[in-house]
Design a protein around this ligand. Structure first.
Ligand SMILES: NC(=O)c1ccc[n+]([C@@H]2O[C@H](COP(=O)([O-])OP(=O)(O)OC[C@H]3O[C@@H](n4cnc5c(N)ncnc54)[C@H](O)[C@@H]3O)[C@@H](O)[C@H]2O)c1
Length: 375
């Protein structure tokens, strides 16, 4: 098991952003929080279960009891109404232009806290402490912040990188199995895009992954999960891939779009399932999306068949779905055309694998091909 902290430095839009990963990462908070004391926006799910550790983290920056706003985590907190509530609280705290907001929680709380930091006083400092797997490998890295509005996911947001991202895998001890699976979908995606060796390692670990994650009890923590696999190494390597991509293409002009692997179909299926039920989680929808684009690319002869087979095997080992009943073609087409990632100039582009570690970000796929490979 890795014990040394892993550090990844990025420069995003001219600002420095440092990812620190390891069991003591939180204790580096002081390095990112100059005077005056920070204010903390905290995910309720970690407020009680990890209280002593949070106290030590706060102590490390010389402010043992910072002003703290505790919010219910999850998608429900990413609203304009909640953002307004946060602004009211920041005003009460008297946070000025030289202040710092520390966000501690899953991707939803971090998106909200980041959005507040990006806009309060036209931008205050932001430090992020991700507490879910998905937030550690994805949401906390790259400076995107957003809230949901107008019935859409993430249409209101801006780029505002955290100066420090302090990832301690210890927080994951309380993470429910379902949230682990959602994070694994993004971890597998990132490995497939930029670290084939990590992908192979995960593929070899399928028996262990299956034992841990394929079972029921999606709402309960996974016993013994932290000691079972070298999470620090896996998270660090996925974070390196994402950091490399966002450093080269901060504002998603090209390369960063490769991170949408599985997301074009995934977003459409997620939205349809939330209307017609049963609802798919984001990770489940992305898993189906990845399985389908690998099948499409392999069938066309654009991607080696073994890569597609391995993708499906790995997703299944993690308890993630790889197929789905085909939705109404017209509804699917409508949802795909509404994908916010398409630009008016370029139309809808799909991320299609050419193999592990090689993505075509300008792929074209017909809806009939999707329907054929969906179930
Ligand atoms: N900004 C970005 O670049 C980016 C990238 C990917 C995803 N996202 C966003 O991230 C969000 C999803 O993030 P997520 O998967 O972390 O889910 P989440 O933030 O919705 O958290 C899932 C649940 O886990 C709880 N939780 C958090 N930490 C926990 C812990 N250590 N133990 C137990 N429970 C814990 C939360 O309270 C919540 O109920 C979405 O809103 C998505 O849009 C943002």
């Amino acid at each position: 098991m890795s014990t040394r902290p892993i550090r990844i430095g990025m420069t995003l839009g001219g600002r420095s952003s440092t990812f620190v990963l390891g069991p003591l990462a939180g204790l580096e908070l002081g390095a990112f929080v100059p005077h005056p004391p920070p204010v903390v926006i905290l995910d309720q799910a970690v407020a009680s279960g990890h209280a002593p550790w949070l106290e030590q983290i706060h102590q490390s920056c010389g402010h043992p009891s910072p002003r703290t706003l505790i919010l219910s985590g999850g998608e429900g907190c990413k609203t304009l109404a909640k953002l307004e509530e946060v602004y009211g609280w920041l005003a009460e705290c008297g946070l000025r232009r030289d202040g710092v907001i520390v966000g501690i929680g899953g991707g939803a709380v971090l998106d909200l806290a980041g959005m507040a930091a990006a806009t309060w006083c036209r931008g205050v400092g932001f430090v992020s402490v991700p507490t879910t797997l998905l937030a550690m490998v994805d949401a906390s890295i790259g400076g995107k912040t957003a809230v949901n509005a107008a019935g859409l996911k993430n249409p209101v947001g801006c780029f505002h990188p955290a100066s420090g991202i302090l990832a301690d895998p210890g927080f994951l001890s309380s993470l429910p199995r379902g949230a682990w699976r959602d994070g694994l979908a993004e971890l597998i995606k990132t490995a497939a895009i930029g670290d084939p060796e990590l992908f192979r390692e995960m593929h070899e670990a399928r028996p262990r992954l299956f034992t841990l994650f394929a079972g029921p009890d999606a709402d309960r923590p996974v016993p013994g999960v932290l000691g079972s696999l070298d999470w620090t190494s896996w998270i660090g390597r996925a974070a390196s891939v994402k950091a490399r991509i966002v450093t080269r293409d901060f504002q998603e002009g090209g390369l960063r779009r490769s991170l949408n692997l599985g997301h074009t179909l995934g977003h459409a299926l997620e939205a349809i399932s939330h209307r017609n039920g049963p609802p798919l989680s984001h990770g489940q929808a992305v898993a189906i999306g990845m399985a389908v684009v690998f099948r499409v690319a392999a069938q066309r002869g654009d991607c080696p068949l073994p890569a597609a087979v391995q993708m499906v095997e790995l997703l299944e080992a993690c308890g993630l779905p790889v197929s789905h009943p085909a939705p109404d073609p017209a509804e699917l087409e409508r949802m795909l055309q509404g994908d916010k990632k398409q630009t008016s100039r370029q139309g809808l582009n799909w991320v299609l694998p050419r193999g592990l570690g090689q993505m075509n970000i300008f792929g074209q796929v017909r809806t009939e091909e999707i329907l054929r490979w969906l179930d």
